[in-house]
Design a protein around this ligand. Sequence first.
Ligand SMILES: Cc1cc2nc3c(=O)[nH]c(=O)nc-3n(C[C@H](O)[C@H](O)[C@H](O)COP(=O)(O)OP(=O)(O)OC[C@H]3O[C@@H](n4cnc5c(N)ncnc54)[C@H](O)[C@@H]3O)c2cc1C
Length: 464
Amino acid sequence: MSVGRRQQPHVVVVGGGLAGLAAAAALAESRCRVTVLEARRRCGGRAASFEDPVGGGLVDACQHVAMGCCTNFLDLCRRADLDDALRRDRTLWFIGPDGDRSRCTPSRLLPAPLHLAPLLLGMRHFSIAEKYALGWGMLRLARHRPADRPDAVTALEWLRSIGQPEKVIRLFWQPVIESALGESIDLVGVAAARKVAVDGFLAHRDAADLIVPTEPLGRLFGERLVRWLEAAGVVVSGGVIVTEIERTADGRAVAVRCGEESIACDAVVLAVPWKAAGRLVPDVVPNVAEHLAGSPITAVHLWFDRDVIDVPHAVLVGRVSQWVFRGEAEAGSRGHCQVVISASRGLMQGDRQKLVDQVVAELREVFPAALGAELRDAKVVTDPTAVLSVRPGVDAQRPAATTGVPNLFLAGDWTATGWPSTMEGAIRSGRIAAAAAGRSVGTDVPTVVPDLPKNPLVRLITAG
Ligand SMILES: Cc1cc2nc3c(=O)[nH]c(=O)nc-3n(C[C@H](O)[C@H](O)[C@H](O)COP(=O)(O)OP(=O)(O)OC[C@H]3O[C@@H](n4cnc5c(N)ncnc54)[C@H](O)[C@@H]3O)c2cc1C
């Protein structure tokens, strides 16, 4: 019997990414003793930072943004006193193929979904007819019932099937869906695209707000969130690789092994990526790596001798560069900006210098200040499995938090949350797994925070 059983139930969380940290935060509100074991020195997982080679300080490996609809992300940040390091931007900048800028801001006054009218009307690169087609397409997507027609088609096939103009697909649906889901529009399922349209745009006046961290993720999650957890009594150990989940003959998890050391526990939340989960508990998630695929995201970091981006961020449509962000946060980040490219497999045939040259040329086309600026340094960071590829039918392959082992629970952005693989999805998964772990040891743990409320008109449109 574990020490934990004689005192408080002991829950071990394996993996200190956002899913594991969110699970620990939820469990810390119960009578459980909580230990987080993270393989790397610093927690935060894929929401990570590196040292700025030019100015010093931390720079995010890749810019992360959340949206107003990410209720669990926002709730965790509020509870952990991190929301002073989040900026809420209501305006989305789109820069069209000719360099024309569209400032698109949803209304604060009109009820959803009419709040989107100014955003739509602000898109200068579309004619009136194209704006109408786009608005109509968004409503059709919201009305689409995956249950009526199994999620067998891709977003691109579906958009074409309802007659969306190619220009609207290329200059709106493609950049929006690809940056929200991290996967290309010809691979993602229509159900995932519908989620972006409904939850990210139509559902609520604040849904499309962009939530931008103003501190490096490594500091925000790797330091501040961890300190908050520790103050709440959670033990967080970095640099600890879990090598085995020890189980009894009848299958219950009794301990977590890290090399020579064995840590007794009453329940385990396994919050590691799917390949690591498949290695640790192959009988619990059999063949998971065969059913799930990752999608790559590339960040091109550029350090100019001055600031060259005159807006906080902008969607560059019809270019290799998809989304540019002005450098945030650290004092040394003046002149730093980064360009994020989702679904970046095969990008410029893997030629990094060619990619940097292309991105710099594109920035010089649309930001006049970049023309005279000297490029001091560049760094290309690609994560080949940045997010789960949400292809048609993938949801049926995503495992639930509960498993065949009564006290072993899965978390991670790849598990069945109904959300794409995002910070919000990871945090939801952690909360779902924590609530289930709490039940298994006989204690209440808070579960997910509800979505933004939908008004009657939105409910009618989305029938949900
Ligand atoms: C380039 C890029 C851009 C992204 N952009 C966005 C964005 O703009 N917005 C957004 O919402 N999301 C974005 N995401 C997705 C987001 O980062 C992830 O969805 C989220 O961070 C996943 O959290 P997680 O806890 O599920 O997994 P992870 O972050 O992968 O955490 C898993 C943790 O488990 C640890 N681990 C693995 N094996 C073991 C072991 N044996 N023992 C102990 N620990 C172990 C790992 O070290 C890791 O820290 C992006 C991701 C990438 C890579």
